[in-house]
Design a protein around this ligand. Structure first.
Ligand code: FE
Length: 128
């Protein structure tokens, strides 16, 4: 059986460029705004050959049996150019915003996918 602790790598987002960082930007009236990104401290390459494919954000409320998937961001453009000219080439940055309401505190965690270096996770406690 697959060992998810080995399969989904982790670390300190400030030292490892693949670990998604989770920033709780505001939590007024139990409405939580969260910014999730890969490469906050050490930028991850965003090239045609090497890029972040997606980030999923989960929330596990205190006392809940299972987590909720809050949302998912997909980064679909990695060097596309409609006319072949370098001037119009587009690259996605792996940044996403999520907003949700909750009555309880819990654990936020994000899982991201690099097309070369696989799955990575990061987490942040949400205290209301
Ligand atoms: Fe990578």
């Amino acid at each position: 059986m697959v060992n998810l602790d080995e399969e989904v790598q982790s670390g300190d987002w400030a030292a490892e460029k693949h670990v998604p960082s989770i920033e709780i930007v505001s939590k007024e009236d139990n409405k939580v705004d969260v910014k999730v990104m890969v490469g906050k401290e050490i930028p991850h390459p965003n090239t045609t050959a090497h890029y972040i494919e997606w980030i999923n954000l989960f929330f596990h409320p205190e006392g809940a049996k299972f987590p909720y998937q809050v949302g998912r961001a997909e980064f679909l453009v990695h060097g596309a150019s409609t006319d072949g000219a370098d001037t119009s080439t587009i690259y996605c940055e792996p940044v996403a915003w999520f907003t949700f309401k909750t009555e309880v505190s819990g654990l936020l965690y994000a899982i991201s996918m690099c097309n070369i270096h696989g799955l990575w996770r990061g987490e942040e406690t949400l205290e209301l």
